[in-house]
Each structure stands twice: as structure tokens, then as C-alpha cells.
Write a protein that binds this ligand. Structure first.
Ligand SMILES: C[S@@+](CC[C@H](N)C(=O)[O-])C[C@H]1O[C@@H](n2cnc3c(N)ncnc32)[C@H](O)[C@@H]1O
Length: 225
């Protein structure tokens, strides 16, 4: 498991922190990136996961933790009828709105400031619920910035809640997905899923060379046991 108790100045999160609004290029498109928001230009994870995802074209898609809105906007551009995007970080909610406007899909993307599902009061049921989670484990007592919380989940508390609550937001036949990397504590996450009579099954994966060595990015589905 990736060790987040290393000094923060050496952490991936600190290296990727952006101090001012900027434009970043991803897959031939220019995106807005606000300060304190997870940057898909600094981490190869977002594009790796995007390459594994199939959107429910014509259907409804919920992205938890939308960051700059890359996945939410791509879902709308791919033809999802309604896309909701939540993030705990208010700057990420604003960033998702800005990119939805930039790509002309603001009418189909609703960005909500929410801790997981908490503020989704008027949302429809979803064909797919997806979270590219901050899946690096950290000790529960760590006090972290919003930017660092884009990478780590202290005590895996948010994962515990995602596993418990996501299925309550599904349309009939809907699916709960989660995007993880080999930096995650997979045995701990499997245990959390099992505690709710569920299990994680891998749908697809890709391996990317990163400075510390190859990293595996996986798309998984949370299913009832
Ligand atoms: C690894 S980043 C992924 C960002 C974006 N989806 C992407 O693929 O580039 C995880 C995101 O989840 C958000 N997040 C972390 N905990 C959350 C929570 N409890 N509720 C909602 N969003 C959360 C973070 O702020 C961050 O934007």
C-alpha cells in the first residue's frame, strides 16, 4: 500500500498543487484548472480511468468527486441525458461548472457541493454511479487540506460510506463503479465491501509507467455477494 505518512512535501499531492487558475491540455482539448483542485494533467490516473469507462449513452450518470469535471463533461459529450457531479471541495464544484460551460454541456451537467451523496436531494436515479476515489489510505487522525483529500481518504471512512450508500441512488439495473489504483489498500477495501454483503469485481485495467514504477489503474464494480 502507498504510504501517505511520508512528509507531505514529498507526496504526490504536494507536487501537483496548482496556485493559480490555468489551462491544461488533455486528449487534445483545453480545460480550466482552478487552484486546490485535483489536476488530471499532473496525475495519469484520470485519463487512464477515462479509457476504461463506458458511459450509459442516453441514460443518467453520477460522478462522485468530479475535480475539474473531466469525466462528467466527457459523459455529457458522449450522450448521457443527465449528468450529476458532486465534490467535497467547493473549488472543484466551480471548476466542473466552468468546464461544463466551456464545452457547451452546462444544460446536462449539474455540479453539487456535497460530501458523497449528502446534498443530492432532487437528483434522479442513476444508471451508473462512478467515483475515481481518493483511494490512498491515510491514518484517521491526519488533518489534511482539500487538495490532499483529493488523493487520500483518512481511515477509508468515505469509502465505507460509498460502499454503503451508492446503491440507494441507482435506477433499476443501474451499476456502482469505482476506479482504483495499485496505490490503494485493496485488502482493506475488500473487507469494507464484504462488511456490507458486497464485493468488488474488476471490469478492466491498464498499467501506466510512473516515476515510482508501473501503476495499475482498475475499473471495478461493486456487486451484491
Ligand atoms: C482522485 S480525485 C478524482 C478527480 C476527477 N474525478 C478526475 O478523475 O480527475 C478524487 C476527487 O474526489 C473528491 N472527494 C474526496 N472525498 C470526497 C467526498 N467525501 N465527497 C465528494 N467528493 C470527494 C476530491 O475533492 C477529488 O476531487
Amino acid at each position: 500500500m502507498y504510504d501517505y505518512t511520508q512528509p507531505l512535501s514529498r507526496s504526490e499531492a504536494s507536487r501537483a498543487e496548482v496556485r493559480q487558475q490555468t489551462d491544461i491540455e488533455l486528449s487534445g482539448k483545453e480545460w480550466t484548472l482552478l487552484p486546490d483542485v485535483f489536476s488530471p494533467a499532473h496525475s495519469k490516473s484520470s485519463l487512464a480511468h477515462l479509457s476504461l469507462l463506458e458511459f450509459p449513452v442516453g441514460g443518467t450518470f453520477l460522478e462522485i468527486g468530479s475535480g475539474i469535471g473531466l469525466i462528467a463533461v466527457e459523459a455529457a459529450l458522449a450522450g448521457c441525458r443527465a449528468v450529476y457531479a458532486t465534490d467535497l471541495n467547493p473549488a472543484a464544484v466551480k471548476n466542473t461548472e466552468l468546464n461544463a460551460e466551456r464545452f457547451g454541456v452546462a444544460d446536462r451537467v449539474t455540479a453539487v457541493h456535497s460530501d458523497l451523496f449528502d446534498a443530492l436531494h432532487d437528483a434522479p436515479a442513476f444508471d451508473v454511479v462512478y467515483w475515481h476515489s481518493n483511494n490512498v489510505w491515510a491514518p484517521p487522525e491526519l488533518d489534511l487540506t482539500a487538495h490532499e483529500l483529493a488523493y487520500v481518504d483518512p481511515g477509508y471512512e468515505a469509502h465505507r460510506r460509498y460502499f454503503r450508500e451508492a446503491r440507494n441512488h441507482l435506477a433499476p439495473g443501474g451499476r456502482v463503479l469505482i476506479a482504483l489504483s495499485s496505490r490503494a489498500g485493496r485488502p482493506e477495501l475488500d473487507e469494507l465491501a464484504a462488511a456490507d454483503e458486497q464485493r468488488l469485481i474488476t471490469l478492466d485495467s491498464t498499467t501506466v509507467d510512473e516515476p515510482e514504477g508501473p501503476v495499475v489503474y482498475e475499473l471495478l464494480e461493486l456487486v451484491t455477494r
